[in-house]
Design a protein around this ligand. Structure first.
Ligand code: PLP
Length: 419
């Protein structure tokens, strides 16, 4: 559920009319609901309340906005980060270094060193090579790195190929069959404290069975390691739970997920770690856009909006669906193709979609845009970097400024030898 709904025939975020935000900030603009974010954070935590020891690390990559991170820090969440930049955001938002987990196949030496200096809580190692490097860096800094080994369980998450991460052909983690040997070698290296295993099989997961299979495999590996005399006190089960993008989509709820985990991990005697992203932020945001014009086509009309694939990349990248709705629906409908202004045919949000009837100059939203939305934005076609707003009841604030093309142009220069 979310807090975007019609009040007196006009779409609001909590108690704020989206039209008021659009008037002051301009469009396109992302709008987040504080109430929805808090609710999702609480629902996810409650879904895990039957488990004895739990650490939740919000996947920063899904929405790294500083205000979003602060809100989640206030909810007691830590962070799962995949770069030094994300780590610094989590720290700037007030998250404790101890509550930060560092994931990713390509952590550089500089990033490993920075994370060690910051004292982050856990490195999820994605290769033996990375562990060997981290050991050397830790020794040189006279530090100790607390680690898990990320394992690729070779299960099919049954999600979009570009967001599947747990099949053997994906780049993530170490092969399941080699994991025990690698764990044993890394556990023997100075400067490293191996304390567990990590797994993350993909995103927008809509069927819990592949996750269950992956967790069962991880449990077996945990037993094997313990039988070999190794410590396994932490199991990081990653993120990936999907959210409804279409009205009427039925997805497993956090409670369903929590029950499945409780059943699989009942006798594990570990601290269970989770890295939810989309399930917290997805339905907490909309992208508000203005219709530039409605262009006659040979088939359906083209609704050309002022948001584009640079602002919301998911449809172009993953063929993703975002519900589209008028801010002041008239009750009339139309069948249209919804496109942005960018000079790429992939700048298409929907084809032959039945939508609220809209005209030039009217406002509309793409729903469920709070995850992998603003964070993937860029300035292609010399467009502005899209701003972000957070609403709280009747209050609202800009939480990320629009960065104008002029500011980006000002960061470029022509070398002397071209003058
Ligand atoms: C992307 C990612 C997540 C979060 O995925 P969601 O689908 O947004 O929950 C968690 N952990 C890792 C390692 C990731 O790469």
């Amino acid at each position: 559920m979310d807090h975007f709904g019609l009040v007196d025939g006009e779409l609001h975020a909590e108690q704020v009319p989206l039209a008021a935000i659009a008037r002051e900030v301009g469009t396109p603009v992302y709008v987040y609901s504080r109430a929805t974010l808090s609710r999702h954070a609480q629902v996810f935590r409650e879904a895990l309340s039957a488990l004895p020891r739990v650490h939740i690390a919000f996947a920063v990559k899904s929405n790294p906005n500083l205000a979003v991170l602060r809100l989640l820090a206030n909810e007691g969440y830590g962070a799962d980060v995949v770069s030094e930049g994300e780590m610094n955001r989590a720290l700037a938002a007030g998250m404790k270094a101890q509550d930060i987990v560092f994931s990713g196949v390509g952590k550089t030496r500089a990033e490993l060193a920075a994370a060690l200096r910051a004292g982050i809580g856990q490195f999820n190692l994605e290769s033996e090579e990375e562990g060997v490097e981290l050991s050397a860096i830790a020794q040189s800094l006279d530090a100790r790195a607390t680690c898990t080994l990320r394992v690729n369980p070779d299960v099919d998450a049954r999600t979009h190929a570009k967001i599947s991460t747990g099949k053997a052909e994906n780049k993530f983690g170490v092969a399941y069959d080699r994991a025990a040997g690698i764990y044993a070698r890394l556990a023997g290296l100075p400067g490293l404290e191996m304390r567990g295993l990590a797994v993350h099989i993909g995103s927008q997961i809509s069927d819990l069975e592949p996750s269950r299979q992956a967790f069962v495999r991880m449990g077996a590996l945990m037993e094997e390691l313990r039988a070999g005399g190794h410590t396994v006190s932490h199991m990081d089960l990653g993120g990936g739970l999907g959210v409804p993008y279409k009205a009427g989509d039925a997805l497993p709820t956090p409670a369903d997920y929590g029950r499945m985990v409780a059943e699989v991990a009942r006798d594990w005697d570990v601290t269970l770690m989770f890295e939810p992203g989309r399930v917290i932020t997805g339905n907490s945001g909309v992208l508000v856009t203005e219709v530039v014009r409605v262009k006659q086509g040979t088939g359906n009309p083209w609704v050309v909006v002022d948001a584009a694939m640079n602002d919301l990349a998911r449809p172009a990248m993953y063929d993703a669906w975002h519900d589209f709705a008028a801010v002041k629906p008239t009750g009339e409908a139309m069948t249209a193709n919804i496109v942005g202004p960018i000079c790429e045919s992939s700048d298409t949000f929907a084809m032959a979609r039945e939508i609220d009837a809209v005209k030039a100059g009217e406002l509309a939203v793409f729903r469920t845009a709070g995850a992998y939305g603003a964070t993937m934005a860029n300035t292609y076609n010399s467009r502005a970097l899209v701003p972000e707003v957070m609403v709280d009841g009747e209050k609202w604030a800009i939480v990320a400024n629009r960065i104008e093309p002029a500011a980006i142009l000002a960061a470029e220069q022509v070398p002397d030898w071209l003058r």
